[in-house]
Design a protein around this ligand. Structure first.
Ligand SMILES: C[S@@+](CC[C@H](N)C(=O)[O-])C[C@H]1O[C@@H](n2cnc3c(N)ncnc32)[C@H](O)[C@@H]1O
Length: 298
């Protein structure tokens, strides 16, 4: 059992559970609440042997040519021609620690870095800072909602934590979840992960399962017009196939509005998809967005 993110969230407001729909007091509490990633058999431990830290003192300077973390971030930005702005920014966060450049994997400073905890390139590792509630919805079971304050676009919400499974175990578990019509599996298949077989088909190596262990993000419902998105993020992990799944607001979210992601990856497989395994029971999408496709999966 191992983990690659900080468990504690010193600035996280408590989560209220609200049901204005029916008599069910709380969601079925069949899971262990945690921000950790539990590595199941067949999934390698976090690679810290190849992890590189920066030698910066105090705050990192995103314009620095010497900061190893700026270099690691830039190395994951596709050849800069169309991505000059992100490349020149150094880090993907702005000074308010909001995600400014949104098409790339995030590389944060890590446990080996010399910079201090307040460095602008440490966001996901400090955990949630905004208030959220878990509320019963009319047609989608329980969901996640903004608290009483507006959540600005680019704000980090939480990591999709849980058990990290290899492909065999995720296929096996997927059969059960599909037969219930409810899944908590999320494939790690971002565009930057080299995961094509010799036919060019995508082969997913690892899947996060938030059914038995997870945090509030396991209640995020799908919308065809989402206001948040899952990004791959590296903290204490040098294996590019095993990013954390970091959820960020991609639009301003008004108080008490539902927070939703799209379960469908972009056409180029960025970000990962909610996992839909063989024999899936396709339940219709109930997001009620004007452009709803009627389907939750691609
Ligand atoms: C990760 S869980 C989300 C939390 C879930 N609503 C609950 O009550 O535990 C994913 C499941 O929620 C339901 N769901 C999520 N988004 C939906 C949508 N747009 N329409 C219908 N059902 C949805 C489906 O059953 C889906 O398999």
């Amino acid at each position: 059992m191992s983990f690659n993110t900080m468990e504690d969230e010193p600035h996280a407001p408590p989560i209220q559970i609200i049901n204005k729909m029916d008599q069910e007091p709380i969601p079925p509490w069949v899971f262990y609440y945690t921000n950790r990633i539990y590595h199941r058999p067949g999934v390698p431990d976090p690679d810290i042997v190849n992890l590189i830290g920066c030698n910066c003192v105090g705050k990192c300077d995103p314009k620095s040519e010497a900061c190893a973390c700026v270099k690691r971030q830039r190395d994951l930005i596709p050849f800069p021609a169309e991505n000059m702005e992100a490349y020149n920014s150094g880090f993907l966060y702005d000074k308010q620690k909001r995600l400014k450049h949104r098409d790339y994997p995030i590389v944060e400073c890590n446990a080996l870095c010399g910079c201090y905890a307040e460095c602008m390139n440490r966001v996901v590792q400090h955990g949630r800072t905004v208030a959220v509630t878990i509320q019963k919805t009319k047609k989608k079971g329980w969901g996640v909602f903004a608290g009483s304050k507006k959540i600005p676009s680019g704000t980090f919400l939480g990591i999709y934590s849980g058990e990290l499974l290899n492909v065999e175990e995720s296929n096996e578990r997927g059969k059960y979840y599909n037969s219930w019509g409810k899944t908590y599996l999320f494939d790690i298949d971002f565009y930057f992960i080299p995961n094509k077989d010799h036919h060019g088909d995508v082969v997913v190596q690892y899947t996060m399962d938030a059914y038995h262990a997870g945090n509030f993000t396991r209640f995020l419902n799908h919308s065809c017009e989402p206001n948040s998105k899952i990004f791959g993020c590296f903290v204490n992990e040098a294996n590019l196939g095993k990013p954390l799944l970091a959820v960020f607001a991609t639009r301003d979210i008004e108080p008490n509005k539902e927070i939703c992601v799209s379960y469908v990856g972009d056409e180029d497989n960025d970000p990962g998809d909610a996992a839909q395994k063989d024999g899936a029971v396709y339940i219709p999408c109930q997001c009620d967005a004007p452009s709803c496709s009627g389907r939750m999966f691609g």
